[in-house]
Design a protein around this ligand. Structure first.
Ligand SMILES: Cc1cc2nc3c(=O)[nH]c(=O)nc-3n(C[C@H](O)[C@H](O)[C@H](O)COP(=O)(O)OP(=O)(O)OC[C@H]3O[C@@H](n4cnc5c(N)ncnc54)[C@H](O)[C@@H]3O)c2cc1C
Length: 494
C-alpha cells in the first residue's frame, strides 16, 4: 500500500509494549512511528556498556518462553531467528543462611526429590499443585490475558465464571499454597515467583500459581549476549515491517480538537496522527492530558497499590566470584518485616532481602575475561526519599552479606559501580512514584479493574504497558502491546 495513504499511528515509548504494538500495527498496514524520549529502545530493559562490561538495566529473568515464541510466531519468526537461548541449570540459587543454600534444579524430577527432602509427601503434593496450576496457565495465558478488559460484558459468560472459580481468582495464593505444603522452606520457594507480580501472596489471587507452573515446568532461560537481545530482535523485526523509530524525542503534550488527538507535541514540533498509542507510564500520559481528558484523577492514582520500586547496583568486578550462580536470591532475612516496609508502612527496609545476578557466570561476553558482571536489586517501597547517602548505606549492607557469603573481599575489586533508584526511574521513564514494575497484580487491580487501555474521553488514544492489562513483567508487556494493537485496528476500521 502507498505509504502516503496509510493511516498514521504514533506510538509513545519504545519499551516491550510499545515495540510490540507498533510491529503488529505495521504488519496490519498502518504507517507507524515510535517516539522514544531516551537515546535507545528497551525502556526498563535498556542496556549500557562500561569498561568491557555489558549491563542489562532491568529484567534478568526469562520465563514463559512460549509467550516469546507466540510473539515472534505471529510474524512467521522464531526467537532463535534473533537470539540464542540457554536454559539455566540450576535455574537459580536460594540462600536461606550462610550454611543453607538451595540450588533449584532445572528438571522436574530433581525438584521433586528436593521437595521430598524437606517434607514427606511433598513430591506428590507438587504433582497435584502443578496439575491445577497447568489449567490456570492454560486458561490464563491462552484466554484471560488476551482480553482487552474494556467492557464488563467481556467477562459475562457462564463458561468464564466457571473458569474464574476453577482458576481460584477469588482466593489468595497464600491460602492456596498452604493447602499443599507445610514446610516453611517450601512455602518460601513457592511464594518467590509471586514477588514478580508486585504484591505479597496474601493479596495475590491464587490463579497466579500459573507463575509456579511456568517456572517449574518451562524453566529459566537466558538470551546469550543479555536480555537486551530480546529488544534488539524485536526492533529488527519492527524495522523489517517498516516501523520508524525516532529516539531522543519526548512527547510533551497533545493537540486536541473535538475530543480527538490531532497531533502530539515534541520539542521538534507537532507530529500529526490518526491514532496514538501511549506505552509511556500511564500516569505521566494522564498528566500531559490534563484534567479535561485524563481517565483517572490524582486521588485514584494515589490509591493504587503500586508494585515495588528497586534500589539497584551495577558492579564490574575485576575477578571471578566462584560462589555465585547466575541468579542468587538472598532470602536470609525475615520477609514479613521487609514486605511490611514495602506495602504497609512504606519506608527504607531495616534488613532487606536482595537478589544478585551474575550473568557473566553463563555468558563471557558481558564482562572482560576473568571478571564478573554483578547486578544487585533490593525491592523497596515506591515514593521514598532517595539520596546518595541512603544508597551508599545499603551498598555496604549488601557488600557485607555478599562478602560473607562468597568468603572473600569484593569491595577492593570493584572497577565499576553505578546505583539506580527512584530518582532515576522518574527522570528516565517518568515513573509514577519512581515505580519499577508498574501496578501490583492484586485482585482489585486485575483485568477490568486495571486502568483501561482506552481513553474514555478521546476517540483515538489508547494506552499499553505494565500499568494497564494484563500487568507487569516482560511477557505481559509484550501481550499488552498485541492486545492494544487489535483494539486500535478495530477502531481504525470503523
Ligand atoms: C529492575 C527491574 C527488573 C525487572 N526484572 C524483570 C524480570 O526479570 N523479568 C520480567 O519479565 N520483568 C522484569 N521487569 C519488568 C519489566 O522490565 C517491565 O514490566 C517491562 O519492561 C515494561 O515494559 P513497558 O513497555 O510497559 O514499559 P517501559 O519499559 O517503561 O517502556 C516505556 C517507554 O516509554 C518511554 N517514555 C516515557 N515517557 C515518554 C514520553 N513522554 N515520550 C516518549 N517516550 C516516553 C520510556 O523512556 C520507555 O522507553 C523488571 C523491571 C525492572 C525495572
Amino acid at each position: 500500500m502507498d505509504r502516503m495513504k496509510k493511516k498514521k499511528v504514533i506510538v509513545i515509548g519504545a519499551g516491550f509494549s510499545g515495540i510490540s504494538a507498533a510491529t503488529v500495527l505495521a504488519e496490519k498496514g498502518y504507517d507507524v512511528h515510535v517516539l522514544e524520549k531516551n537515546a535507545e529502545p528497551g525502556g526498563r530493559a535498556r542496556v549500557f556498556r562500561e569498561g568491557g562490561f555489558v549491563f542489562d538495566m532491568g529484567p534478568s529473568w526469562y520465563w514463559m518462553p512460549d509467550v516469546f515464541e507466540t510473539y515472534f510466531g505471529k510474524f512467521g519468526k522464531k526467537p532463535s531467528d534473533y537470539y540464542e537461548l540457554k536454559r539455566l541449570d540450576p535455574s537459580y540459587s536460594v540462600i536461606l543462611s550462610e550454611s543453607e543454600v538451595i540450588d533449584i534444579p532445572a528438571d522436574l524430577e530433581g525438584i521433586k526429590t528436593l521437595f521430598e527432602s524437606y517434607e514427606e509427601g511433598a513430591s506428590s503434593q507438587l504433582d497435584k499443585f502443578l496439575k491445577q496450576a497447568a489449567y490456570k496457565y492454560r486458561v490464563g495465558i491462552q484466554d484471560f490475558v488476551w482480553r482487552p478488559s474494556v467492557k464488563i460484558t467481556e467477562f459475562l459468560s457462564v463458561k468464564l465464571l466457571i473458569d474464574a472459580i476453577r482458576m481460584d481468582v477469588f482466593s489468595s495464593f497464600y491460602k492456596h499454597i498452604r493447602k499443599f505444603f507445610k514446610s516453611s522452606t517450601l512455602l518460601k520457594l513457592m511464594e518467590f515467583p509471586i514477588l514478580f507480580l508486585g504484591a505479597i501472596s496474601q493479596n495475590t489471587p491464587a490463579m497466579y500459581s500459573l507463575m509456579n507452573f511456568a517456572e517449574i515446568t518451562m524453566g529459566t532461560w537466558y538470551p546469550m549476549g543479555g536480555m537486551h537481545q530480546i529488544v534488539n530482535g524485536m526492533v529488527a523485526l519492527a524495522e523489517e515491517k517498516h516501523v520508524k523509530f525516532t529516539y531522543n524525542t519526548e512527547v510533551t503534550g497533545f493537540e486536541i480538537v473535538n475530543k480527538h488527538v490531532r497531533a502530539v507535541k515534541t520539542a521538534k514540533g507537532l507530529i500529526e496522527a490518526d491514532m496514538v498509542v501511549a506505552s509511556a507510564d500511564y500516569h505521566w500520559v494522564e498528566k500531559l492530558l490534563g484534567d479535561d481528558f485524563r481517565n483517572y484523577s490524582e486521588e485514584y492514582w494515589d490509591k493504587r497499590v503500586m508494585a515495588p520500586s528497586s534500589l539497584l547496583f551495577y558492579l564490574g568486578i575485576s575477578k571471578r566470584l566462584p560462589k555465585l550462580k547466575h541468579h542468587n536470591l538472598f532470602f536470609d532475612r525475615d520477609f514479613s518485616v521487609h514486605s511490611h516496609e514495602i506495602y504497609t508502612d512504606p519506608s527504607w527496609p531495616s534488613d532487606p532481602l536482595f537478589y544478585a545476578s551474575a550473568p557473566s557466570v553463563t555468558d563471557p561476553s558481558v564482562a572482560p575475561e576473568g571478571c564478573e558482571n554483578v547486578f544487585l536489586l533490593i525491592p523497596v517501597a515506591p515514593d521514598l526519599e532517595d539520596t546518595d547517602v541512603q544508597r551508599e548505606k545499603y551498598f555496604h549492607q549488601l557488600m557485607d552479606r555478599l562478602e560473607a557469603y562468597c568468603g572473600e573481599n569484593i569491595r577492593d575489586s570493584i572497577v565499576y559501580k553505578r546505583s539506580y533508584a527512584h530518582q532515576d526511574f522518574m527522570s528516565d521513564y517518568h515513573a509514577f512514584k519512581g515505580n519499577a514494575y508498574g501496578l501490583a497484580n492484586t485482585l482489585f487491580q486485575t483485568a477490568i479493574l486495571k486502568p483501561s487501555l482506552k481513553n474514555k474521553k478521546l476517540d483515538n488514544l489508547y494506552y499499553t504497558g505494565q500499568l494497564t492489562v494484563p500487568g507487569p513483567g516482560v511477557p505481559p508487556s509484550l501481550i499488552s502491546g498485541l492486545v492494544v494493537a487489535n483494539e486500535v485496528d478495530k477502531s481504525l476500521r470503523k
